[in-house]
Every structure is written in C-alpha cells, then in structure tokens.
Design a binder for this molecule. Structure first.
Ligand code: PBG
Length: 324
C-alpha cells in the first residue's frame, strides 16, 4: 500500500510506453466512401466536414489516396440516380456500387480490401431497409431476403472482397450466405451489422447517403438502445447463420456492448464509429472547444480498448495521417 506502492512510478517517460495496454494501428481502420451516380464533381457534405460524395470518376483516386496512407480496407455506399419501391438499383451489374467496386479493384487489386454495404435503404424511394407494404406501413422481412441475397451476389461478381449487410432483417445472414455459396462465392466473408441500434447518431449519414425514411422510423427492425441481452442474441444468431465478423453500431455510446460481444463470442469484432459521433467531435473542434486530433485518437482508442478489432470511421484518413 501507499507510501511503498506508488502507481505514478510507471507513468512517465519511456516506461509509460512500455506499460501501454492498447494501441491503435492503421491496420484497424476501415474507410467509408460514398459514391454518387448523380454528380460529376466531388461534393462536400454539410453535417460531416471533410466527408465527400464522389462521382464514379473520382472513386479510384480517392481509394488510392487511402491505400497510400496504409489504410487496408474501405466500405462503399452507393447513391443511385433512380430509386423505386424495391430498391432495384441495388443489384444490377451496371449500378453504381458495382461499377465503383470494379474501378477500385482495377486500380488497387489486392492493395485494398473492398467491402460493400448491403442494404436497400439508399435505393428505395421510401428509404426503408426492406420492401414495404405501403397500406399497412409495414416493412416486410421475408420478401426482402432474396433481394439482399441478389445484391450481395452482384457485389461479389463485381469483385467485392467482403459484404456487409446492414439492414437488420431477420435471417439476412443465412439468406446471403446461401446466395453467395450457390453462386460460387464460398470464399467471400460476411461482416454482419449484427447489433445495430436504432440510433439518432445516424442523422448525418442519412443526409449524406440521401436515405431518410418517408414514413415511420427504423425502430421496427433496429434495436432498442436500452437493451444489451438482446445484442447477445442478435450476434449469436448471426454467428449461427454464418457471419464471419460481427459488428456493433454505433460505437462510442455502446462500448459496453462491444466489450460484452467480444468477451462472449471471441469473434472478430468490428465497431462502427458512426456519422453522429464524427459530427459531434468535428463541430466542437471547429468551435475551438476540443482538440480534434486528441479527441479523435482518444475516441478510437477507447473503441479498441473496449474490444473492437477494427473500426469503421470517417476519421480513417486523418487517423492514418496522425499515426504515420
Ligand atoms: C444502413 C446504414 C446506416 C448507416 C450505415 N448503413 C444507418 C441507417 O440509416 O440506419 C449509418 C452509418 C452512420 O451513421 O455513419 N444501410
């Protein structure tokens, strides 16, 4: 006990480095990219400073810049020119994400792992993640599954290295695994947005991805922020259905969930540091209220410390630069 024991002995100089338990590396980062079929020039986004919507012609260059920073992986989101009831621009071979995947793979090959977000919300005119019954105002689970399967297969065909279903439909991982296997994509892993909460922190993303809902919200399929046992059940089901990596989303308000999931399943675990988490820090930094680099590093480190093996974050490029 004190005064013989002094915790401060290990806190300064090089010894502080030696006893550090967690570290953040560029290998932990996944860079989210938005490719927009409707634009010819790069567009800034108001609520996410520094995050851009890219035309197809700029996608490969942007991915190359990320690769040059040492970032190992990116995740692609598409903004199509046509939206309809079923989200049918999600799965065509000539649709925006499929084209973007080909551009990046042509440019970078094995130097960049290309992940695709598999969901219908950016492609449906109503903005929901599944098919709907308009009269009843319901999101239809089972009829959505084959569409997600088709979408995942089209991404794999275009050259995607991994698919990431984010729609929170029951049975989606099993449906996508079967669709991939039947089409000879047995080697393509699935990163499941397994514990995805119905969160107000997605606000800026919905502006950027143009995927707001026209009626209701997503609480009939996304999880209640009050629940954690349910997250365990969600992850367990996704693992049984064939998920290779499980994700918790958002990250910072759900560090306890990341911790529990990692401990219970010992699965490769991803965390999504979402748009609202990014926007808060940016806004405070722009006002001079917080030191942006330090809070970025501390936030991402906390997500690692909680148990995440990898982090999807809009800070990916800035963090990679800082780590260099
Ligand atoms: C759904 C999807 C969402 C995000 C990524 N994929 C959320 C949603 O609108 O429900 C949110 C990511 C973020 O906020 O950064 N396809």
């Amino acid at each position: 006990m004190f005064p013989e024991l002094r915790m401060r002995r290990l806190r300064s100089g090089k010894i502080r480095d030696l006893v550090r338990e967690t570290s953040l590396s560029v290998d932990d980062l996944i860079y989210p990219m938005f490719v927009d079929e409707n634009i010819d020039d790069v567009q800034n986004t108001a609520s996410m400073p520094g995050v851009e919507r890219l035309p197809l012609s700029k996608v490969a260059d942007d991915a190359k810049e990320a690769a040059d920073l040492g970032i190992p992986a990116l995740i692609l989101f598409g903004i199509p020119s046509k939206k309809d009831d079923m989200g049918s621009s999600a799965w065509g071979d000539e649709d925006i994400v499929q084209k973007a995947v080909r551009e990046v793979k042509d440019e970078l090959g094995k130097d960049m792992l290309v992940i695709t977000d598999v969901c219908l919300c950016e492609y449906t005119d109503h903005g929901h993640c599944g098919m709907i019954d308009r009269e009843k105002g319901e999101i239809l689970n089972d009829p959505t599954l084959p569409l997600l399967g088709k979408t995942a297969v089209s991404h794999a065909k275009a050259g995607a290295d991994m698919v990431a279903p984010s729609g929170m439909m029951d049975g989606m991982i099993g449906a996508i695994r079967s669709a991939l296997d039947e089409n000879n994509f047995k080697e393509i892993p699935i990163m499941s947005y397994a514990a995805k909460y119905s969160s107000a922190f997605y606000g800026p993303f919905r502006d950027v991805a143009d995927s707001g809902c026209c009626f209701g919200d997503r609480s009939t399929y996304q999880m209640d922020p009050a629940n954690s046992e349910e997250a365990i059940r969600e992850v367990e089901l996704d693992v049984l259905e064939g998920a290779d990596i499980v994700m918790v989303k958002p990250a910072l308000p759900y560090l306890d969930i990341i911790y529990r999931i990692k401990n219970e399943f010992k699965m490769p675990t991803a965390a999504y540091n979402v748009s609202g988490e990014f926007a808060m820090l940016k806004a405070a930094a722009q006002n001079g209220w917080l030191d942006e680099k330090q809070v970025m590093h501390e936030s991402l480190l906390s997500i690692k410390r909680a148990g995440a093996d990898m982090i999807l974050t809009y800070f990916a490029r800035d963090m990679a630069k800082m780590l260099k």
